[in-house]
Write a new protein. Structure first.
Length: 135
């Protein structure tokens, strides 16, 4: 499930972006992944601070603060870059177990030191089957 930002790609503080994931399979744990597409230089930041609230079908909410690193220790970009666009992936939960089928809403706000975060183009939340570890 993805959400694209309209030009000029401005995300205001306190502006919640909601992504709704329809869970139809919950027999095994999975990986919960957040993808972010942004345009360089993302206002010079080396990481994005996010606040994510998961709202389960029962109404229970689970908040979490997440940091998405944009550069590694050497200062190189993390993720897939093509021109001035970068796609970065962050595993939110490597062992996510959904307790029931239904719609799970993820409300995402940025916790950056500026009122406006410019350059974020798209957010996507998805699940992926866990990779089997072979011995």
């Amino acid at each position: 499930v993805s959400l694209s930002f309209d030009e000029p790609y401005v995300w205001k503080r306190g502006e919640g972006k909601v992504l709704v994931l329809d869970v139809t399979e919950n027999s095994e744990p999975c990986e919960l992944i957040l993808d972010v597409r942004y345009a360089l230089p993302l206002m010079g930041f080396e990481k994005i601070q996010l606040h994510i609230v998961e709202t389960q079908p029962t109404g229970v909410t689970i908040p979490r603060d997440v940091t998405i690193e944009l550069k590694d220790k050497e200062g190189d970009l993390i993720g897939d870059a093509s021109g001035d666009l970068v796609d970065v992936e962050r595993v939110l939960d490597s062992n996510k177990q959904y307790l029931r089928h239904g719609k799970y809403a993820y409300t995402i706000t940025h916790n950056m030191p500026t009122e406006i975060l410019g350059g974020v183009m798209e957010l996507r939340i998805r699940t992926m089957k866990k990779k089997e570890i072979k011995s």
